[in-house]
Write a protein that binds this ligand. Structure first.
Ligand code: SF4
Length: 149
């Protein structure tokens, strides 16, 4: 993202994810793109709704296999909204598995996000990128042509 590189949009896993996201929870879906001048990188919120007094932000995923990274993504959205004065709850949605997980932005989670952001900034500032390492995410990743060709 820091280099404005987009994942390969023809990646079938990205396409499947997009279709699931488009078809699921149609009634509540309100895709919102949020970009602020202070923070680079827009975020696309899949779903936003109110529950009583609460604002609920939902992120729709194809599977819960990478639940931790999905949680961190949603927590990042919650943190950015908090910085804009919007206190929201998070909901991870896995429609194919009929599974929902509530995510609250705790202090611990915020610290974890800040640490991850600092590590990302450190890597971005390196004169040359580190060598890629094959990990379990690579097989379905939209950036694999950049890393491995
Ligand atoms: S190392 Fe693997 S997961 Fe990371 S960007 Fe490259 S292909 Fe994707």
């Amino acid at each position: 993202m820091s280099r404005h590189l987009e994942p390969y949009q023809g990646n079938p896993f990205i396409e499947i994810g997009r279709l699931i996201s488009e078809e699921a929870y149609k009634r509540d879906r309100k895709e919102i793109m949020l970009q602020t001048p202070e923070q680079t990188g827009g975020m696309v919120i899949d779903l936003i709704k109110t529950e009583g007094e609460d604002i609920v932000v939902g992120e729709i995923k194809k599977s819960s296999r990478f639940e931790k990274s999905a949680m961190m993504q949603l927590a990042y959205y919650l943190m950015r909204l908090k910085n804009l004065g919007i206190h929201a709850k998070g909901l991870l949605l896995f429609p194919k598995e009929k599974k929902k997980i509530e995510i609250a932005l705790t202090e611990e989670l915020e610290n974890e996000l800040i640490e991850a952001q600092n590590e990302i900034k450190r890597i971005i500032a390196l004169p040359i990128p580190p060598q890629p390492k094959m990990i379990r995410y690579c097989k379905k990743c939209g950036y694999q042509e950049l890393c491995w060709s």
